[in-house]
Structure formats: C-alpha cells, structure tokens
Write a protein that binds this ligand. Structure first.
Ligand code: MTE
Length: 317
C-alpha cells in the first residue's frame, strides 16, 4: 500500500476540532460518559440483555485509544479498505465505490421479534448516541485504530423486542450487482452475510457505525450503516446493512460458506489460534513498519471474555 506523507494529513487535529463542535459526551469522565450513553439513547430505555462491566474505549482525552494507540489517519482509514462488493484491491475501493448511492436506504429488522419494522435513515439518526475509538484487526494480519460514531446495536434491537426464542442475529448487505460491481464475481455467495450470537449483539461494545472521524461514513467504509464488533476479526463487521434478522439457528456467513476450514462463526481475535495459512500471533498496524503482538480479544478481554466461559476457543474459532 502506498505511503501517505504525514505532511499531507491532519487527521487527529481535524477529528478533535470537530469533536468539540459536536459536544458529544466523550470528553466527559468515564462514569459521566457511561451515564450519558445510557440516557442519551432517545428511544431505548432498555438495558442490554447481558449487562457487562460498563466500558467505553476511547473515553480518554487525546488522540489515542484507551491503550494509548494513536488513531490511524483518516486518509488511511478511508483509503485502504476491504469491500469485495466493489473490488478486492484495497486501495481502489474508494474509487470504485465513489458513486454509490446510500440515500434513500432502509433496514428491515425482522425474524424472531415482537415488533418487526423497517427503519429509514432518519429513524436511525434518532439513535445516534455513541462515539467509540476501536481497534480494527483484520484476519489478514493488519490493524488500524478508528474513531467511529453511530449507536449501540442493542438500542436498535430493543425497539423490535427479540422474542425468548431468538438466539442469533443475522446481518445482510445490499445485494444489487448494478450498484456493487464486485457482486458479478461468481465465487462468493452474495449477499455478504454475517452473524452474531444474541448476547454478542446486545453487548454494549457492538456498534452500528454511521460515521468515522466525526464525518458521515464514506461508501468505502460501509455507508450508510455498518456493524463494528471490535473484539472479532474485521470480516464480522459487515458493511451496507439492509437486513437484520433474529433467528434461533446459527447463521452461515459468506466466509463460512466460502472457506469453512478457514473461517468460523465466532472469529474472535485470538493470537493463539492461527489461521490455517498464517500466524495470528502478531499484526502490522497500518502506518507502522514493524509488527506488534496481537491481543486476546483484540484487547477487549475484560469486557467480553465472560461471554465465552467454558467454550473451547480453538474449536469455536
Ligand atoms: N462487509 C462487506 N459487505 N463486504 C466486505 O468485503 N469486508 C470485511 C468487513 N466488512 C467486507 C465487509 C473485512 S474483511 C474487513 S477487514 C472490514 O470490513 C474492513 O473495514 P474497513 O474497510 O472499514 O477498514
């Protein structure tokens, strides 16, 4: 990938300037922020189904995540992408996706729910209450640190009221080869599908992102709406979501269908479980020269490990 001279970018500065304008709660102390996140969601008063120790990465003033990692520049976050519906060339996704129309857009939320509903973008805007700095670790062995904005997925799911039989959440990307030329490649089963267990979906770290660096999400990053699950490999974070379906059976993702020996349902970041074709012990942070150790659950172990107690994470990869 091409090197972007630091003289050409002022991403962090730009981001934090915008942040002040937005006066979002992230600059507050952690406890204030958590209260704000809970109460700022205007339509959902429901707590997550599985309340976890409250935690919001990036609840630090400055230009880094809660571990001190510097944000990846905006130009890199939006210029080096995986989005097979457009092209497999990471540095060309932004160009191929440039004219992608993301409005009007609607998201069907259905399946095992009491109140199935179709949401328009304006409905989703009412849910926007979260800003999160998350590490993104791609299964290919590279990573970034990205400041997202959006809303916790549980805020949306609680509106449709999952039934007692709902155990999984299935996500689907737009399926329209006239708008997504990469879908003419026949060796993947389109549309792109991903899934989470319901407790994972309801976890407060699980975000639906509509923005990055305080700006609307660009097409190449999954506009107008994409999932972000920071403790899982990046392929779980499905882009351009049009359907969210609650089910009682484990969904089969596009990657599970394409290469079942290589990609499992859980895909939790785990430096101790290698990909069959390469090590997952370390990663290249985009913009850095060397490699750095990969962290268990991508550094979110304290927040998410309890969801996997008793599971053999080599088997459930
Ligand atoms: N979602 C869809 N619909 N199509 C894709 O090809 N690629 C995934 C994920 N979501 C992908 C997708 C992969 S492999 C990664 S690493 C992340 O998106 C990359 O997100 P980014 O381009 O915003 O960094």
């Amino acid at each position: 990938m091409s090197h972007i001279p630091s003289s050409e970018i002022t991403p962090e500065q730009l981001f934090w300037q915008r942040r002040r304008m937005f006066s979002l709660p992230m600059f507050a102390g952690a406890s204030t922020l958590l209260a704000a996140c809970g109460s700022a969601a205007p339509v959902s008063q429901e707590p997550p189904a599985t309340p976890e120790a409250p935690f919001t990465p990036g609840a630090v003033v400055g230009q880094s995540d809660e571990l001190g990692n510097t944000l990846t520049p905006y130009e890199t976050v939006t210029g080096y992408n995986n989005y097979y519906e457009f092209t497999t060339d990471k540095e060309r996704v932004k160009d191929v996706a440039a004219g992608f129309v993301t409005s009007p857009w609607s998201v069907v939320v259905d399946g095992l729910v009491a109140k199935p509903r179709t949401f328009g973008l304006e409905d989703l805007q009412a849910l926007q209450a979260a800003e999160r700095i998350y590490r993104l670790r791609c299964v290919e062995g590279w990573s970034m640190v990205v400041p997202w904005s959006g809303f916790p997925l549980h805020a949306l799911l609680s509106l449709v009221e999952p039934t007692a039989t709902a155990k999984y959440v299935r996500f689907e990307t737009l399926n329209d080869v006239t708008r997504m030329p990469g879908q003419s490649e026949p060796w993947y089963q389109w549309p792109y599908v991903e899934g989470l267990r319901l407790d994972e979906a309801m976890h407060d770290l699980t975000l639906m992102a509509t923005g990055v660096y305080g700006k609307p999400l660009p097409a190449q990053n999954g506009a107008p709406l994409r999932l972000v699950v920071p403790w899982k490999y990046g392929f779980k974070s499905i882009k351009a979501v049009v359907r969210i379906t609650l089910t009682d059976t484990q969904p089969t993702s596009l990657w599970m269908a394409a290469a079942p020996d290589e990609y499992g349902f859980f895909a939790n970041v785990n430096p101790r479980v290698d990909h069959p074709r390469w090590s997952q012990a370390d990663e290249r942070r985009i913009g850095e020269l060397g490699r750095r150790p990969t962290l268990v659950f991508n550094g979110y172990k304290d927040q998410v490990a309890s969801m996997y107690t008793g599971m053999d994470l080599r088997k459930f990869y």
